[in-house]
Design a protein around this ligand. Structure first.
Ligand code: CP3
Length: 357
C-alpha cells in the first residue's frame, strides 16, 4: 500500500529542480541539522550519533528542527553517508570532536571478504526508510524532504582510510595499484547506493542527493575513471525506477566535471562549491540542469552586511532560473543559528526583488 502523505504547500525547491519558474529562489543548507543548533545538541546529549540515525523518532525530530526555526525550502533527512559501510558489515564509530572512525578499515584485498554483498537494504537500512516516512508525515507538507547517499568513491575512501581528514594516500594507491579490485568494490557500493536511494524514494523522499565529498581529491583523469561512470550509473538506474523524482549530484571540488555530468548523466541538479564562479558554472551547463550552491561557508562568520553582499553577487551570477541557493559545503558547529537565518532570508529577499524587477 502506498502511503498517503500531507499535501505539499511549498514546492519551490521541486520546481527549481525541474527547471520551472519560481517567484523566489529556493534555499536549503547542507548540514542544516547539526551541532550549531542548541536543540540538536540537547538531543545528542542523551544519544550516540548513530542511535539518533537509527531511531526514526529522533532522526525525524532533528530533521525538522531547522525547519521550525528558519524559512527553508527543503528538509534533508537526518542520517549519515556512512550507514552504507555499516550496512555492509564494517564497524563505524562517531568519535566526538574527531569524526567518523573505522576500527578495522579495509587494508588489503583479502579484507574485502569482510564486506557483505549483496545486502538487503530493507533489512539493514529500513530504519532510514521508517525515519523518512515518519518525517514526511510530521513535516505536514511544509517543505519537500530530500534523501541522500554517499557517492561510491567517497564511501570507498572512508572504508579504506578508516576516517576523514587524510590525504587519501591509501585509497588513491588502491586505484593506482589495484584498479580492477577497486572497480569491483566501487560497483558494489554503487549497487547498494541505487537500492538505498530507491528505498528512500519509495519511503517518501521527494528528491535525493549524492554526496561525492572527496571527488575533488582526484585528478580529472582519475575522476573520469573512478567517479564519473558510477555517478552516471546511479542517476540512470534510479531514474529508470523513479523518472520524476529530482536527483542532485554534488561532486565537491570537481567543478571541471560539470559539463560531462550535465551532458551524460540524468541528474536534474548539480551542486557546486565556491571554487568556481557562478558565471563559469552556468557557462559550463547552460540551462540544461539546475545549479545548487555555492556560498563559501566561512562567509557565515563575516557578519550580516558581508553575507548580504555575497549572496546578492552569488544570485546575480547564477541567475534566478534553474538555481537553488545553498552553501558550497556544510554548516559548521561554531556557526550561529542567527547567521543561518540571515543567509536564508537574504536569499529570499534578494531573489524576490530580482524576479519582480
Ligand atoms: O542536515 C543534514 O545535512 C543532514 C545530515 C547529514 C549528516 N551527515 C549529519 C552529521 C548529512 C547529509 C551528512 C552527510 C555526510 N556525512 C557527508 C557528506 C557531506 C559532507 O559534509 O561532505 C560526509 C562526508 C559525512 C561523514 C561524516 N559524518 C563526517 C566527516 C562527520 C564528522 C564531521 C563533523 O561535522 O563532526 C560526520 C558526523 C556528522 N554527520 C555530524 C552530523 C550532524 C556531526 C556529528 C555529531 O553530531 O556528533
Amino acid at each position: 500500500m502506498t502511503e498517503q502523505f500531507p499535501v505539499l504547500k511549498n514546492d519551490l525547491f521541486l520546481r527549481a529542480c525541474n527547471g520551472e519558474d519560481v517567484e523566489r529562489v529556493p534555499v536549503w543548507i547542507m548540514r542544516q541539522a547539526g551541532r550549531y543548533l542548541p536543540e540538536f545538541k540537547s538531543v545528542r546529549a542523551d544519544s550516540d550519533f548513530f542511535k539518533v540515525c537509527q531511531t526514526p523518532e529522533l532522526a525525524c525530530t532533528v530533521t525538522i528542527q531547522p525547519i521550525l526555526r528558519f524559512p527553508l525550502d527543503a528538509a534533508i533527512i537526518f542520517s549519515d553517508i556512512l550507514v552504507i559501510p555499516q550496512a555492509m558489515g564494517l564497524e563505524v564509530q562517531m568519535i566526538p570532536g574527531k569524526g567518523p572512525h573505522f576500527p578495522d578499515p579495509i587494508k588489503t584485498i583479502d579484507d574485502l571478504k569482510r564486506v557483505q554483498f549483496p545486502i538487503s537494504v530493507q533489512e539493514k537500512l529500513g530504519y532510514v526508510f521508517d525515519a523518512i516516512t515518519l518525517t514526511r508525515h510530521k513535516l505536514e507538507g511544509k517543505v519537500p524532504l530530500i534523501g541522500f547517499t554517499g557517492a561510491p568513491w567517497t564511501l570507498f575512501t572512508y572504508c579504506i582510510e578508516g576516517g576523514g581528514g587524510t590525504d587519501l594516500k591509501e585509497s588513491k594507491l588502491w586505484l593506482l595499484q589495484h584498479p580492477q579490485e577497486s572497480h569491483k568494490f566501487l560497483q558494489k557500493l554503487t549497487d547498494v547506493a541505487v537500492d538505498y536511494l530507491c528505498g528512500q524514494i519509495k519511503a517518501g523522499a521527494q528528491a535525493a542527493q549524492v554526496f561525492d565529498s572527496w571527488s575533488g581529491e582526484l585528478s580529472p583523469q582519475m575522476f573520469d575513471e573512478f567517479c564519473l561512470p558510477y555517478l552516471i550509473q546511479i542517476s540512470r538506474r534510479v531514474k529508470e525506477v523513479y523518472p520524476n523524482v529530482p536527483l542532485i549530484c554534488f561532486p565537491k571540488g570537481s567543478n571541471f566535471a560539470l559539463k560531462k555530468l550535465a551532458e551524460q548523466s540524468s541528474y536534474n541538479v548539480l551542486g557546486v562549491d565556491w571554487t568556481i564562479s557562478p558565471e563559469a558554472a552556468r557557462e559550463m551547463v547552460g540551462l540544461k540542469v539546475t545549479l545548487q550552491g555555492n556560498l563559501d561557508p566561512i562567509t557565515l562568520y563575516a557578519g550580516k552586511d558581508i553575507i548580504h553582499k555575497q549572496v546578492e553577487t552569488m544570485i546575480k551570477g547564477f541567475g534566478t532560473k534553474r538555481y537553488i541557493a545553498n552553501l558550497g559545503h556544510g554548516m559548521q558547529p561554531q556557526m550561529t543559528p542567527e547567521m543561518a537565518e540571515y543567509f536564508v532570508s537574504s536569499v529570499h529577499q534578494i531573489s524576490e526583488d530580482l524576479i519582480k524587477h
